[in-house]
Write a protein that binds this ligand. Structure first.
Ligand code: SF4
Length: 353
């Protein structure tokens, strides 16, 4: 044992590089996502040349499917509803009248770099263009994130705008998928938002807990489970099988951390446009602590016309859901119309045509 004080020499503060953070498992899973549609088909035992125009469509919007989502697809089924959401098809290259690059008017509502202000009392922060999956029907598949996002983590202009608008109560983190960002950056942004006194809620629109359940780890739960703001997560699952393991455990962990969970789905031809599937989606979600929120009519984005379900059929499906399920399990049927002060409800009113 030393009898004299031991002199410990240190480098002057700031001269040592910070120790690199270990890469979280979810980021490794994200990095190893499938990016080649032929490999995706082969992994499911399907012929790689079975889909006309697949490569051309892939060049417009690159394929991305994580392994955990692939594991929930049915091998050998070319009409699998999870596969159809992620597999490029030749129809995406067909121009259709009324289907445009920015169907919801995001560009016109940009109030600061990365900040969209469309509706009273809430604003949207476009945090990143990255996603865990590339959904073929995505309404932001052509959005120019590079041109309309702040430089890395430079939220000063957006936060100053929010601080200067007392009527804003809620900030929505969107993208891309905000949970594609690391927790250090998200926690720092959440802290800065919590410093704005008139904000009450932080809402996160994300598909990651469903698509890449590894994302719901201790670091995410750590910052989500604390802070002054109420945390709401709006998930995006379109088919009940998306809630299967391992997503079910991820959602239970989020609910246990006190996060309010809602689900919005998009009504998609050949994927969920039948009452049995839609009813099961609401029941399965609720069992995991997820309340139905919206059932969206497709946003008319270029290359997505083959997913559209008519308003007439959508209302008929809504009436069937209403007849089968308790009211709290029936999502609102809505569509987004640029310039309107909120989503336009197709049901519950008018309930009949
Ligand atoms: S996760 Fe959301 S933003 Fe990303 S591709 Fe899918 S629908 Fe679009």
């Amino acid at each position: 044992m030393p009898t004299k004080p031991v002199m410990i020499t240190r480098e002057p503060r700031g001269t040592q590089p910070p120790a690199p953070r270990p890469t979280p498992a979810w980021q490794q899973a994200l990095a190893s996502a499938i990016r080649d549609p032929e490999i995706l088909l082969r992994r499911l035992g399907l012929a790689p040349d079975a889909v006309p125009g697949m490569q051309e469509a892939d060049r417009l919007f690159r394929t991305r499917v994580p392994e955990s989502y692939l594991a929930r697809m049915q091998p050998g089924d070319p009409r699998d509803p999870l596969l159809l959401q992620a597999l490029p098809r030749g129809e995406e290259t067909h121009e259709q009248p009324g289907f445009v690059s920015d169907p919801v008017g995001d560009h016109d509502a940009l109030a600061a770099p990365g900040l969209v202000h469309k509706y009273h009392g809430r604003v949207l922060l476009l945090t990143t263009g990255a996603c865990a999956i590339h959904c073929r029907y995505c309404f932001r598949r052509e959005f120019d994130y590079a041109d309309h996002s702040p430089a890395r983590d430079d939220w000063d202009a957006a936060l100053a705008y929010i601080a200067g608008h007392q009527e804003i109560r809620e900030v929505i983190l969107s993208g891309g998928d905000p949970l594609a960002l690391g927790d250090h950056r998200l926690a720092r942004l959440a802290e800065r938002l919590a410093d704005i006194p008139h904000l009450q809620r932080l809402r996160i629109h994300t598909r990651l807990p469903v698509i890449l359940p590894e994302r719901v780890d201790a670091a995410l739960l750590g910052w989500l489970g604390q802070g002054r703001l109420q945390h709401i997560m709006v998930l995006h699952a379109n088919h009940p099988r998306e809630f299967a393991a391992p997503a079910d455990q991820a959602l239970r962990r989020l609910a246990a951390a006190g996060v309010t969970l809602l689900n919005q789905a998009v009504l998609l031809a050949g994927i969920n446009d039948d009452a049995d599937t839609l009813a099961e989606l609401q029941e399965t979600g609720f069992h995991l602590g997820v309340l139905p929120y919206y059932l969206h009519q497709l946003d008319r984005t270029r290359g997505t016309a083959h997913f559209e379900v008519s308003a007439h059929r959508a209302r008929a499906l809504y009436r069937e859901l209403h007849a089968r399920l308790p009211g709290y399990l029936v999502p609102r049927l809505a569509r987004e119309i640029p310039g309107e002060p909120g989503k336009t409800l197709l049901a519950p009113f008018p309930a009949r045509e």
